[in-house]
Design a protein around this ligand. Structure first.
Ligand code: SF4
Length: 365
C-alpha cells in the first residue's frame, strides 16, 4: 500500500461526513460521482462521436483542475465515497495523476476509479497506482484487429490488451473491461470474451448500446442486443455458470467455475437498474446531471466563479436530486416535455437548464 493510500485509508477510515447524505424523493442515496474531466479523446468510436469529433467546448467553458477538486471535496462532505474519472479519454489530461492523488487524499473518498481506452495507460499506470487509484474500466469492444479499426477508427488492439495485462501486473485492485454490445458487430465475440476470463483475473462487462452516438448508428436500428438476450447466450454456452456479486449497476454477474475472472451484463438502456441508482454525473463544463437520460442540468461553474460557498455547492446538488426522476425513462420523457423558455421555469423555482448532449463524450458515460 503506497504512502498516499495509507494516509487516505487513515483519513477516510473514521471519517464521518459533516453534512446529511444526498438523497432523492424516491428514497435513494447517492454516494458515487462520475466526473467527466474532458470531452477530448484519442479514439473516434462509431457509437460515440464522428471522425471530425463533436463541437468541443472552449477552455474557459470547462472546469479548471482546482474547480473539479473543489467540487469533489465539497460532495465528500455529504457522503460521496466513490469517484470515477471519465471523459472523453481522461488520460489525455496531463494533470490526471494530480487529480487522482488529491481525490485520494480527500477524507471520505474510499474508491477512485477511471474509465479509459488504455492507449495512454502505460505512461501513467504506475503513478496512478501510487496516487491511490483503486480501479480501471478499460473500453474494448472486440478482440479482432480489423474490427477494432472499424469501431474506433484507429489502430490499437494489441496496445489495449497489453495495457490490461500491465494494469493487473502493477496491482490495480480492480480491472474490468467495458464492451458495448452491438448486434451484427461483436455479438459473435461475447463468448470469446467469456473465455478471456479463463486466465485473466478481470471482469468483462457487456453493456447495452445506448443512444448517445451523435446520431451515427442508433437511428439505423437493428444493432441493439438486450441484457436478457446476452444473459441467455451466456447461460446456454455455460450451463454450469454461477451467479456472482458485483456493483449496484452490475445487474447480472456471473462466474464460470474455475475461471480467473467474471462476466457482467449491464442493462444500461433497458434501465432495469434505476431502483438502485446511486450515481451523480458532473460534466466537464461543471453541470450536474441527475440521470444519464435527463437533459435537465444544474450549473455549478458560474456560481463557483462568482465566489459561492461549499454549502452552496452542496445545496445545488440537493436541488438537482430533489428533481431526479424515478427512472431513466421518465427522465427522458420529462426532458422532452421541458419548455425551452427558461423564464417560465425560474418562475417555478426550477433553474435547471436543458442540455441535449448527443455524444457520450459530452456526458462522461
Ligand atoms: S438511467 Fe438514470 S436513474 Fe437509471 S440508473 Fe441510469 S442514471 Fe440512474
Amino acid at each position: 500500500m503506497s504512502n498516499n493510500q495509507t494516509a487516505t485509508a487513515a483519513a477516510t477510515a473514521d471519517y464521518i461526513p459533516p453534512y446529511p447524505p444526498l438523497v432523492d424523493t424516491h428514497g435513494r442515496t447517492f454516494d458515487y460521482m462520475r466526473v467527466a474531466v474532458t470531452e477530448k479523446c484519442n479514439l473516434r468510436c462509431t457509437y460515440c462521436m464522428p471522425e471530425e469529433g463533436v463541437d468541443f467546448m472552449g477552455k474557459d467553458t470547462l472546469l479548471t483542475t482546482d474547480e473539479f477538486l473543489r467540487i469533489i471535496k465539497a460532495v465528500a462532505q455529504m457522503g460521496i465515497r466513490k469517484v470515477r474519472f471519465t471523459g472523453g479519454e481522461p488520460l489525455v489530461r496531463k494533470d490526471i495523476v494530480r487529480m487522482v492523488e488529491e481525490t485520494a487524499a480527500t477524507p471520505g473518498i474510499k474508491i477512485i476509479k477511471m474509465t479509459t481506452n488504455a492507449l495512454l495507460l502505460p505512461r501513467y499506470v504506475h503513478r496512478l497506482k501510487e496516487a491511490g487509484l483503486t480501479g480501471l474500466n478499460i473500453s474494448l469492444d472486440t478482440l479482432n484487429e480489423e474490427k477494432f479499426l472499424r469501431i474506433t477508427r484507429r489502430k490499437g488492439l494489441k496496445e489495449t490488451l497489453d495495457a490490461i495485462d500491465e494494469a493487473v501486473e502493477v496491482g490495480i485492485p480492480s480491472v474490468k473491461i467495458n464492451l458495448v454490445a452491438m448486434r451484427g458487430f461483436n455479438d459473435d465475440e461475447l463468448l470469446d470474451f467469456c473465455e478471456y476470463t479463463k486466465d485473466h483475473p478481470v471482469t468483462v462487462r457487456f453493456i447495452e448500446f445506448m443512444p448517445f452516438d451523435y446520431e451515427q448508428m442508433w437511428e439505423t436500428g437493428g444493432n441493439f442486443l438486450s441484457a436478457e438476450q446476452m444473459c441467455n447466450m451466456i447461460k446456454e454456452a455455460y450451463p454450469n455458470i454461477e451467479d456472482s456479486s458485483g456493483t449496484r449497476t452490475e445487474h447480472h454477474m456471473f462466474k464460470i467455475p474455475g475461471y480467473a475472472g467474471k462476466v457482467g451484463v449491464i442493462p444500461a438502456f433497458t434501465r432495469s437498474l434505476c431502483v438502485n441508482c446511486s450515481r451523480i454525473r458532473l460534466t466537464s463544463d461543471g453541470n450536474i446531471r441527475n440521470c444519464l437520460y435527463s437533459d435537465k442540468e444544474f450549473g455549478l461553474r458560474d456560481m463557483i466563479r462568482e465566489g459561492c460557498s461549499d454549502e452552496d455547492i452542496m445545496e445545488k446538488f440537493r436541488e438537482a436530486f430533489q428533481q431526479k426522476a424515478k427512472d431513466g425513462f421518465i427522465a427522458k420523457k420529462e426532458s422532452e416535455e421541458k419548455p425551452v423558455d427558461i423564464s417560465a421555469l425560474t418562475k417555478k423555482g426550477d433553474d435547471s437548464t436543458l442540455h441535449v448532449r448527443k455524444s457520450m463524450t459530452q456526458i462522461g458515460g
